[in-house]
Design a protein around this ligand. Sequence first.
Ligand code: SF4
Length: 544
Amino acid sequence: MSTFLGLPTRRRSGATATGTGGGTGTVAGGADDPFGPVPHPQEPLRWGDAFPAAARQTLKNDQLRRNLGHATQVIRAKRAAVVGEVPDWEALRDAGSAVKEQVMASLPELLVRLEENVTARGGVVHWARDAGEANRIVADIAKAKGADEVVKVKSMATQEIGLNEALADEGIAAVETDLAELIVQLADDMPSHILVPAIHRNRTEIRDIFLARMGDAPPDLSDVPRELAMAARAHLRRKFLSAKVAVSGANFAVADTGTLAVVESEGNGRMCLTLPETLVTVMGIEKLVPTFDDLEVFLQLLPRSSTGERMNPYTSLWTGVTPGDGPQEFHLVLLDNGRTDVLADEVGRSALHCIRCSACLNVCPVYERVGGHAYGSVYPGPIGAILTPQLTASSGGVSGHGDPNASLPYASTLCGACYDVCPVKIDIPSILVDLRAREVDADRSSRSVDPWKAAMKAAAWVMADGDRFALAGRAATLGRGLGGRDHAISVAPPPASGWTRSRDLPAPPAQTFRQWWSAEHETPPHPPAEPVETPPAGTPGDER
Ligand code: SF4
């Protein structure tokens, strides 16, 4: 594959354009390319069309499907191999699930304990109710340090709040240092996978992106993976050495000790967490574990479920500030952004158990075909289908009629594969069904006439009378003309159009059952029985 699938010829103004080191920016493709990059949205948890329309678009992209099919197949096989080596895998899953249940049951106390321990060890804890507050806190810290550029280690929480764009508005460039995130950032694109954000790009595209957008890329750069990695390495090394401020997420935080943990594969995280003078960590409030021992469970579950490795190459743990070693100023931003609403929901709250391994994405038949961008959120796939509408519930989300996120719980076949692989046993299918039920109820109550009820009433009226039912059957056979040679109707008028939008409708048969019966049985099947005379009571012969 040697074509370039499209970058915009003009860069958006803002951090992603200024923070990555230049480049000509003039490349083939364009912003109008239907398969081109997805521009950064105003709302990272809600962008673009609702899922059905967005999926119809991405399904037309054969290259995307090939890239995704290959990548998810490889990750699935790796995961299955390393999980199969662990004899007590199911017990580990149970343990992970139990720890998360415990965290959710006592989250307020654990958060206060975490704050006390981080503060006692020289860190500063900030509480952010929403994206705006979190972005403000980080921007103020960077400005106070006189930084016009920060290095970042991959973080879903900062993507969720649109931190890069918020910093750009303040004149601060955020440089992504994870290789895949760097590719996505250089392309002015949005990530399409939790763990492999550039999974929708192949290596030829990546070479083209580097040449066009990374000012210090060697002009003779090939698409050999090692060469691509070395070019990114040289580019990022300069950024690490000059940055005053780093921004990270966190995989886990230990309430008992105030310890933060980041697990990663490339070592860029270790650079971010140790080299700059100031470290700011933005963490969702659900990422807690109560004790240090609990990490043992998750550090076995996470790498096997995510990258299919027995152990991730880099595990960084830090507690507050250590004089003379690493960043001398540490800030922890605890982010709510809708999480307490999710916690209040008895069924949906287990979505907060997620450790972002992405195993559910890699096995999902829907995700594999439509890709991450169709979900219109930084959280794609099965976990996105249950988490995004809940996080945005207060502004539409679960039950907001017409809200694009309300369609996300339908982005599933309910096959259950996501539940089978989830390392913390989140019952995603059950939550999907619950969210669908809520959406249906809300939709029903928002209409003055309930079409479902009206249709059922009409059906009851037709079926209550034999003549009416026979007439309706004969009328239905007229629809036979809509069927093709394969006797399938692909496009039907309303209300059947709701069905044919996503699947064929079998054409009605040439005759109804009643017509067939009459033709086959010229005489009525049960001739009326001769009337039987009933003897009057008490006549002779009655021996009761
Ligand atoms: S829902 Fe489970 S499988 Fe999916 S990303 Fe979260 S932890 Fe992993």
